[in-house]
Design a protein around this ligand. Sequence first.
Ligand code: 5GP
Length: 119
Amino acid sequence: MAYDENNIFAKILRGEIPCDKVYEDDYALAFHDIAPHAPVHILVIPKGPYVSVVDFSANGSADEIEGFWRAVAKVAQDNNITEDGFRTIANTGVNGGQEVPHFHVHLLAGKKIGPMVAG
Ligand code: 5GP
């Protein structure tokens, strides 16, 4: 699947649409989900144009992959969710329920998140 430069997260990265920013560095941007499913619901996205976790992990540079995952860790630590725990989700494609075709990791925290998948 080709990367869609007009997806909503690409527009957020270009500053065309605002976001409630949590963290930013050379490799990643993190912001609050607009429709949170938990008291803490943060999205972490790489700055590069990757559709999915597969696209990113197969085609991202070593620096991009390291930078992104270091950012995920930093966001979790800075938001004090590591001790009580949280869920990391990366939906992929139609069966995964991915709505936005720019790779992103959800961090869900602040309460018990419940069953791993919906019934
Ligand atoms: P997906 O289903 O692709 O894994 O998750 C996409 C997430 O992006 C959803 O949880 C949705 O609420 C969030 N989202 C969609 N549009 C926007 C937006 O414009 N701003 C923010 N902050 N989140 C968005």
